[in-house]
Design a protein around this ligand. Structure first.
Ligand SMILES: C[S@@+](CC[C@H](N)C(=O)[O-])C[C@H]1O[C@@H](n2cnc3c(N)ncnc32)[C@H](O)[C@@H]1O
Length: 213
């Protein structure tokens, strides 16, 4: 019955084999500093939206889900030294770049290795597009954030699918689609297109979703 469902269901399934392939691909990609950089300019709006949404992070616990080399978390702790930012990723080679004061942890977006309500804030930047079972990953993000906490997701817009080369498991989602997934767990959800720079209008490629649980 389960095999029949998997074969005919259109919903993608993250099998152990596929997860291992995705992990291997990112273990290798960690050596590619040009496409998977370990730093980010703090003026980029993708960073600013996190800082503005979360506010004062002193003593707050923050999860970077699918953190890669931890480039976003490094800016957060740089601006708020009292923040406790945890970077979680499937690829150990990425996590080797995630050094103190950031905390690093290996795990999967679809089964986060944290207890319910462990974080004040959580964010995922260009990682959910690799989660395959994206709804499940969203449910996990919401589970580990406490009530009243905030979640920020930045990812590519499904309407622009085809404009970039993508691995076979990658999937982009629409604005309303992600809003619907977040609304199942969160009291408030909003979204908008976002550009990199303040003086450049968004071209629609990237969207940001902001939710309050
Ligand atoms: C495009 S990179 C983005 C990294 C980081 N968020 C950033 O913006 O610099 C995608 C990251 O998601 C991680 N990833 C992919 N699938 C994952 C999964 N199932 N669980 C945890 N991390 C995953 C990859 O290892 C990779 O580091």
């Amino acid at each position: 019955m389960i095999d029949w469902f998997k074969r005919f269901s259109k919903r993608p399934v993250l099998t152990a084999d596929l997860q291992a392939r995705i992990r291997r691909s990112f273990e290798e990609a960690a050596g590619d500093e040009e496409h998977f950089p370990s730093t980010i300019d703090p003026r980029i709006l993708h960073v600013r939206v996190l800082l503005e949404t979360f506010g004062d992070l002193r003593g707050k616990r923050v999860l970077d889900a699918g953190c890669g080399k931890g480039r976003f978390g490094r800016v957060l702790v740089g601006e708020h030294p009292g923040a406790r930012v945890h970077g979680m990723d499937i690829a150990l080679a990425m996590l080797r770049h995630v050094a103190a004061p950031l905390h690093a942890c290996a795990g999967s977006l679809t089964a986060l290795p944290y207890r319910d309500g462990a974080f004040d804030f959580a964010y995922a930047t260009e990682s959910l597009e690799h989660a395959v079972e994206i709804e499940k990953a969203v449910a996990e993000l919401c589970r580990v954030v406490k009530r009243g906490g905030k979640i920020v997701i930045i990812d590519k817009n499904k309407e622009h699918w085809g404009k970039l080369e993508t691995p076979e498991w990658e999937r982009w989602f629409g604005r309303a689609e992600m809003e619907g997934w977040l609304r199942r767990h969160c009291a408030r959800v909003e979204s908008r297109p976002i550009s990199y720079w303040e003086d450049v209008d968004p071209d629609g490629m990237f969207l940001v979703w902001i939710a309050e649980k």
